[in-house]
Write a protein that binds this ligand. Structure first.
Ligand code: FPP
Length: 245
């Protein structure tokens, strides 16, 4: 364990998880506790998101995936959905310079078919402008569902099989991964979920096969870099056996 001046817990930078996933949960409850509309929680959630992304980059994390909007989140009231999309749009405008300066590569993970044209264009722009960076990649899961990702891969495989581009024997674990949204998105090592919930909620199902989980009662708007340090510190104490002994 490394200790900072204030004796706070610091994770060991020499053995960081390669890929961390965060389910940014609890914005609505955070707002409700304060008598505010749920959307006020999302607005604070975006600020925390930015702080955590740049902190993760400073730590030296290679891959970070955040769950911004799930394929199931369309069940929410239209007003709330619109506000989340607007916050994302604004965040991309406001933080683009910082992402560029900090050399963070941004990629979007999910089904794009239901997203608005204007947002899609911005996503494309941000992806292209940051594509050259390789130290830290931020995957923003948007209209994402793990099952949907696997079904979409199965469809692409069926098509390749039908067109004679592959044979049944080509369908291996390794090749299957190449048909997912990103062929080079690596397995997730650690999934962090604040807000007291202890479930995966369709997040990175394929990539999470051997992920370690870290839960906390803290709500996302109250999540701090100290929580990230703690989660990674706890992860570093675990003994990962990947099915071995
Ligand atoms: C979870 O809180 C949050 C979401 C479903 C999506 C919105 C996430 C943010 C605004 C954070 C940063 C996002 C962007 C745009 C990059 P919840 O609404 O499920 O909270 P609850 O469980 O307390 O109701």
């Amino acid at each position: 364990m490394l200790k900072s001046g204030k004796d706070e817990i610091k994770a060991d930078r020499s053995c960081l998880p390669n890929h961390v996933g965060i389910i940014m949960d609890g914005n609505g409850r955070w707002a409700k506790k304060r008598g505010l509309p749920r959307t006020a929680g999302h607005a604070v959630g975006v600020k925390v998101f930015k702080k955590i992304v740049f902190y993760a980059k400073d730590m030296g994390l290679k891959n970070l995936t955040v769950y911004a909007f799930s394929a199931e989140n369309w069940k929410r009231p239209e007003r709330e959905i619109n506000r989340i999309m607007q916050l994302l749009d604004q965040m991309l405008d406001e933080a683009l310079d910082d992402f560029m300066n900090q050399k963070v590569r941004i990629r979007f993970l999910g089904d794009r078919s239901r997203l608005g044209q204007k947002l899609l264009e911005k996503m494309e722009l941000v992806t292209n402008l940051t594509a050259q960076f390789s130290d830290t990649t931020l995957y923003i899961a948007l209209n994402y569902g793990g099952r949907q990702e696997i079904v979409s891969a199965a469809r692409k495989i069926a098509l390749d099989l039908k067109n004679g581009l592959i044979t049944e024997d080509d369908i291996t674990e390794e090749n299957f991964g190449k048909y997912l949204y990103y062929d080079d998105l690596e397995s997730v090592d650690l999934i962090i979920r604040p807000s007291g919930e202890q479930r995966l909620s369709n997040f990175l199902l394929w990539q999470a096969a051997y992920a370690e989980f870290w839960y906390s009662d803290v709500l996302w708007p109250d999540f701090t870099p100290g929580h990230l340090e703690q989660a990674i510190y706890d992860y570093q104490l675990r003994n990962r056996r990947f099915g071995g002994i």
